[in-house]
Design a protein around this ligand. Structure first.
Ligand code: F6P
Length: 327
């Protein structure tokens, strides 16, 4: 085995709070083990454009508490082509990178996997996305912070919803996964939660709304995952409710990118620190084409191919809890 002298580190895809903590841990993990860390700007785009620098322990000081990613992130079109990946590999080879740590979501892992398959550059994935949808880790970096951001926002909306007897539809992120919606819905006392993994048709939804009214509720919070199409999306659903229940004053709030920002929570900082170090150790160990994640409190490795092709499952007992506590 050739000696591992330099490791490239990049963040890719949608940013997530805690990515900075993961970069910091990977940089310092490299230095601890006598490896030179090379940080790459703007994800795979930076690799294609040869936009990289050697980092030292001080260059990642005072970033553990910051949201976003100081390396910047991008969804790079050029890297989707074989030519783009060849350019990226040539630059990685010229920079003498013996391995690459990719902090991102499933799109980024697909790119990493292709780079490794086509050119043999060992790649390790670190799950960084607020969606929590990556198979092979109970939690992804950024998810916990996003949950707290959403709950804080919904608490505020509840204050005004209650004051005016209004019904609010609140759309949260998650792409095609309902983790954010389900957990924040329970935590904020939502009257209903709509997620893509268990779509409810409009009739069933209207029925539960009637029940809420019969139970004496005068205001309601409905948390809707952006990927839920059972009711055709928040706006369509809100129109349908207004038609059927003219007595309700209906409002829609799309929380949007506020969910991606902010200071990472303690949980995300610790998770990111753990996985950043684990990624360096995995490369030292000769692993490649795997993602490091946490399952049952232990660091585990999952082939990138599996991490991409499968999704974490929603806990159906949580759906039941949501139903029971919202009566
Ligand atoms: O994957 C993270 C995520 O925030 C999703 O929840 C959302 O669907 C998507 O990214 C939004 O992407 P963009 O920032 O490119 O609009």
């Amino acid at each position: 085995m050739t000696e591992l002298k330099r490791i490239g580190i990049l963040t890719s895809g949608g940013d997530a709070p805690g990515m900075n903590a993961a970069i910091r841990a990977a940089v310092r993990g490299c230095i601890y083990y006598g490896i030179v860390p090379v940080v790459i700007q703007e994800g795979f785009k930076g690799l294609i454009e040869n936009n990289m620098d050697v980092a030292d322990a001080r260059s990642v000081a005072n970033i553990i508490n910051l949201g976003g990613t100081f390396l910047k992130s991008a969804r790079c079109q050029e890297f989707r082509s074989k030519e783009g990946r060849t350019k990226a590999y040539e630059n990685a080879r010229a920079a003498e990178l013996g391995g690459l740590i990719v902090i991102g979501g499933d799109g980024s892992f697909t790119g990493a996997m292709l780079l490794e398959e086509e050119h043999g550059l060992p790649c390790i994935g670190v799950p960084g996305t607020i969606d929590n949808d990556i198979y092979g880790s109970d939690y992804t970096i950024g998810y916990d912070t996003a949950l707290n951001t959403v709950v804080e926002a919904i608490d505020k909306i509840r204050d005004t919803a209650t004051s005016h007897n209004r019904l609010f539809f609140i759309e949260v992120m998650g792409r095609d996964a309902g983790f954010i919606a389900l957990n924040t819905g329970i935590a904020s006392g939502a009257e209903d939660i709509l997620i893509p993994e268990q779509e409810k048709n409009v009739e069933a939804f209207m029925e539960s709304l009637k029940n809420s009214g019969r139970a004496g509720k005068t205001s309601s919070i409905i948390v809707v995952a952006e990927g839920d199409r059972g009711g055709g999306g928040v706006f369509e659903l809100s129109r349908a409710v207004e038609e059927q229940f003219p007595e309700y004053e209906v409002k829609v709030t799309v929380l949007g990118h506020i969910q991606r920002g902010g200071k990472p929570s303690c949980f995300d900082r610790v998770l990111a620190s753990r996985l950043g170090v684990a990624a360096v150790e995995a490369l030292r160990n000769g692993d490649s084409g795997v993602m490091v994640g946490v399952r049952d409190q232990q660091v585990v490795k999952t082939p990138l191919e599996r991490a991409i092709s499968k999704h974490n499952q929603i806990d159906s007992t949580l759906m039941k809890v949501a139903e029971i506590v919202s009566i």
